[in-house]
Design a protein around this ligand. Structure first.
Ligand SMILES: [Zn+2]
Length: 375
């Protein structure tokens, strides 16, 4: 009897031939269960490589929608995915890549309420969230359930990654407090390849770990790309660590998770902070309309527009770049209010229009919030 089917043997033959990997390593991948937290710039290469490699069970977690500002680095998506949930869009891509892999898409953020259930039955958690609070939550639950996890972050031209295993130093040994100079891609910008490099390193280290190969778990690897430089620094376990230290009140306990860690609702609110320079509320829209003419611009698809709309012109987000003159002409001197389902696409549209010299704002919360507030 063979361990693998003919198709599996062919598909994974380059792994099976590989010294110190072989059929045993491939079988471990097939049986593995992993959770990928975040499906963006880091999560895409991680998920694509793990699915391609035949990791048997992959759960993808992300509450965000794909936006045009993601496409320069989040290689799991195409322009046609704009507006779709990231976990669902990436799951579709992975199923097309490898139909043997069991893919689960979870359209939520990791939070106190769901973390334990999502983490405890996995062999490895891969943090692609790029948020300190989420990493603290993963760290706490992985300590409690003795689960290994791989952290990575990327911003501008640099990034870092580290593997944490039970008994070794933990994330809070490395970062007792939130890093002072922590930057995320939204605030500081990022070269498209940087999360790709860090995500690929995460995928690489995940495959080594899942296949049972030796891992160095007490280092953080720092990568710079301008100029190119890779460095490893040792991490020591800190006896006074507030997560894994002997005196920590939170040690190995999920019942006493620190209050700083995200609750489900708080995380959602954080993700969509209101920007008064670029957005307006429903009330502000009403007030504007009473004072002066407002030019409404629906940036959803034609299908969504025909199902329900707030009036005005319909130009899908991905076509706006080519129709700036049309918008300028039709809006004349009126302020342009862009709207979509959730306020994400319309925010991108408002940014693009402003860059072209059009006075534009995005309706915060989109049609969804407007309709929900009326029920
Ligand atoms: Zn620690």
């Amino acid at each position: 009897m063979s361990l693998f089917s003919q198709q599996e043997y062919l598909r994974y033959s380059r792994h099976i031939q590989l010294a110190q990997f072989g059929a045993a390593g491939q079988m471990r991948l097939k049986q593995a269960r992993v959770l990928i937290v975040g499906c963006g710039g880091l999560g895409a290469p991680v998920a694509l490589y793990l699915a391609g490699a035949g990791v048997g069970h992959i759960s993808l977690l992300d509450a965000d929608q794909v936006s045009i500002t993601n496409l320069h680095r989040q290689i799991g998506f195409s322009e046609s995915d704009i507006g779709r949930n990231k976990a669902q869009a990436l799951a579709k891509r992975l199923r097309a890549l490898n139909s043997d892999v069991d893919i689960q898409a979870i359209t939520a953020m990791l939070c106190n309420e769901n973390a334990q259930a999502l983490i405890e039955d996995k062999q490895l958690i891969i943090d692609c969230s790029d948020r300190f609070e989420v990493r603290c939550l993963i760290n706490q639950h992985c300590l409690a359930s003795k689960t290994s996890w791989i952290y990575a972050s990327a911003a501008q031209y640099s990034g870092q990654l580290a593997l944490f295993v039970p008994g070794g130093p933990c994330y809070r040994c490395l970062f007792p407090e939130a890093p002072q100079n922590a930057m995320d891609c939204n605030a500081a910008g990022v070269l498209g390849t940087v999360p790709g490099i860090l995500g690929t390193l995460q995928a690489d280290q995940s495959l080594h770990y899942l296949a049972g190969q030796h891992q160095t778990a007490s280092h953080v690897t720092m990568v710079e790309t301008a100029p190119l430089q890779v460095q490893q620094l040792a991490i020591a376990r800190r006896p006074d660590c507030n997560a894994c230290g002997a005196t920590s009140p939170h040690r190995h306990s999920t019942a006493k998770i620190q209050s700083e860690l995200p609750m489900c609702n708080a995380s959602t609110a954080l993700a969509s902070e209101f920007n008064p320079q670029l957005e307006l509320t429903q009330e502000q829209l009403r007030a504007h309309r009473e004072r002066e003419p407002v030019f409404m611009l629906d940036v959803r698809s034609e299908e969504e527009h025909s199902a329900f709309n707030l009036g005005g012109l319909n130009i899908p987000l991905h076509q706006i770049g080519g129709k700036l003159d049309q918008v300028k002409q039709q809006a004349s001197a009126s302020i342009v209010v862009c709207y979509c389902q959730s306020g994400a696409r319309s925010l991108d549209a408002a940014i693009a229009l402003r860059a072209a010299g059009v006075e534009a704002l995005s309706l915060a919360g989109g049609i969804q919030q407007l309709l929900e507030s009326q029920h």
